[in-house]
Each structure stands twice: as structure tokens, then as C-alpha cells.
Design a binder for this molecule. Sequence first.
Ligand SMILES: Cc1ncc(COP(=O)(O)O)c(C=O)c1O
Length: 429
Amino acid sequence: MIRRDFLKTGIAAGAAMTISGTIPKTSAATQIESYNREGQSPSQIAQDEAFWKRVRRDFGPAPDFVNLEYGYFCPATLATLEEEIAGGREINSRASFYMRRTRTQDLEDTRTELAKLAGTSPEELCITRNTTESLNTIIQGIDMDPGDEIVYSNQDYGSMVQAMKQKAKRFGVVLKEVSIPLHPKSDEEIVAVFENAITNKTKLLHVTHMINLTGHVLPVRKICDMAHAREVEVVLDSAHAFSHIDFKISELNCDYLGTSLHKWTCSPVGLGLLYVKKEKIPKVWGLMGDVIRPEDDIRKLERIGTRPYNHMRGLRNAIRYHDAIGSKTKQERLRYLNTYWTQHFRNHDRVYINTPVDPNRHGAIANVGIRGVEPQKIAEFFYNKYSILTVGISGHSIVKGVRVTPGLPTSLRHLHLFIEAVEDAANTL
Ligand SMILES: Cc1ncc(COP(=O)(O)O)c(C=O)c1O
């Protein structure tokens, strides 16, 4: 069969791709796209339950339990999931044809769309698998001499602390741990905590943008400005802040940032982002070796081999959904859900909240405890009696409480049930 006849047969049989291999940019409809929000401000939409009911339908959560643990990962919308699956089918049918002729463009198109969301140049962004990979690339990839110091906090995420401890063991780097107050009086108090630990040996601050245990958002711009004035670089763990708090990376003045897109960007599971300021790229060694690309090409840090590229198509759909809600509206909704239930317990006899009250210092995540009761026991009570999923944090030196994370699909009905569950636990346990 000559090539033209072969193509005709393929097209007649409904081939989904053009001969260049480009995947069509189709996408399932979502409930919110037709919802009229004209004239409403982000904070008004944040409280428009009819709108959030549609959002909930877009996610289609399982009805047999109440999920208040969206902090582990946020599911993708059903439309994003469909895109991911459709992409998987097409790539599977095209196999090496996709890998050899389409993959690179697909990745670059996704990088460009992600850069718009993140507020950076695409030349400063890698698409990784998660925050752990992104931040290890920086922590392991920057040369340091024995005696050089890294400052980090007692509320940083465990895997990042392990990464720094390995660096210390392997290269003689010295780690300095600072303690973040749970209820700071001002931004300056937090900045001072980091600044007081800096010496002339300090090379890097590792700062968690939104602390996973409590939801506390740190004043990262002020920390970065202070650190740069002391000639110290900053790597931000933005696993929870990205696509949750309304910001662009370019506004933060950090040197490096990592996040997981399967958290608040609602991408398919297994996607992350690494940002490296353009002029810093040459000094970072990749976790996977690559010396063929120019030293200042961000792609040298992305050489992870064959991966599920259908995730890219899911990610582009997730970005579209994020934009359809709007960054500011999403932030306002997530803060509103937090305040909606925590305000009942701010002055309670037995119940305490480990999350700052100021809305600028939190998003959706909060942490609650009952005096004298092990957090694990409280979380079990919520699940066994109310089918509410949360996570008890018992082993931490400072934070003792249950992490509670509503998400975009959470309804006020769920929060009413949760308030009842906390009151019941305080009276029963
Ligand atoms: C603050 C923080 N950093 C890093 C991570 C690691 O994320 P991942 O497992 O997606 O790499 C998490 C996960 O919950 C986190 O909360």
C-alpha cells in the first residue's frame, strides 16, 4: 500500500492523531464552565455554595466517607482524569512513534503552560515527579564544602530533612535547626528566627512555604530578602503553597522552589515542578547525570528517562481547571473553609488550634488538638464514629494535633459534621 492510501485508511478508521503525531487538544466539559459568576468578587464566590456544589460534581468524590485529608494529594477532576486516560490510550497506540516524534513538543507545550501558571520563564522550570525529587535536586546538587551550613526548621517535611542529613553525613555540611513559633506576632518574628541562625558559613536556607503539619504560611518574600542581604540562597518547599495561595514565583525572590502538582494543582499523581532562578542553573548538578546540554539549560535537571507522558495532557487540563476557578477565588475558598470550622474552637476550654488565626498565615489546612488526648486517638474517633478521614500527628516535638485539610470538593455540610465530631470528642475522650 502506498503511503497516501495507508493514511486514508487510517483516517477513515478514525485515527485520533495527525501524521505529525500531534495529540488533539480535546477536553471533557466541566460543570463550572457554564456557571455565571459575573460581577462577583473572589471572596463572594468563595461563599457561593451553588458554585462549589458544581465543583464537587467535577471531582466526583467517593460518597462513603468524608475526606478532610486533601493534604496528602488533591484528586484530579474527572475531566482531567479522562484526559490522562485518553492520552494514555493514544500514546499506547502510537508507542515509539509518540516517543520519537511528539513527546518533546508535548513536554515543551506543557512547560510553557505551567510557566504561565507559575509566573516564571519556561527556561527556569523542570517538570519533575514530585517535591521530593525537585528539592533533592537542589539539596544534593549544589556543591558545598565541609563546615558550610544549611539552616532549616523543626517543622520542615521529613523527606527534606533526610535529604539534608544525608548531605551532612556525606560532605561534612553542618545543619542548624531553628524553631518556628506556632502563633507568631509578626512576620519580623519569623524572619528573625532564620536570621539569628545565619553565620558567615551559611550557604543555604531551607524554608517551608506552608507547613504541612499546621498549614502555617511563612512570610517567604521577607525571608528571601533578608537572606539575600546576607548573601545566602533560599530553597523553598512550596509543596502545599503552590496553587493554594495566590502568588507568582517571580514575586517571591527565591533561588529555588519545588512543589508537587498532584497536591493543589490537582494534576495526575506523579508530577512536580522545580524552579531554578536562571543565573543559578549552571551551579546545580542533576540527580541524573547530563553534561551534554549547556550548563545553563534547565532541561539538564530533567533527565529522568522514559515516563508516563499522558500525565502532561492531564496536567494541561488541570491548569485549565485551576484558571477556570481563578487563583484568588481558590485561595479565598480554601481560607474560608479553614476559618468556617476553626472559629468555633479558638476560645474553647479543651480544644486548641495549632494554626495561626490571621488568614494571611493559612490556607485550607489546620491542626486541632484536645488537651490531654493523643492526636492519633482523636483521629481514630473521627473516623470510627463519623467516617471522617483526618491524620493524627503524635510524634512531633512541637506540633501535637490532628491535621484537617478540606479541599475544593468539601461542602459546608461536611464541616458541620466535623464541628459536631470535634465537640463530641472534646466531651467524650
Ligand atoms: C511540606 C511538604 N514537602 C514535601 C512533601 C513531599 O511531597 P511528595 O511526596 O509529593 O514529594 C510533602 C508531602 O506531603 C509536604 O507536605
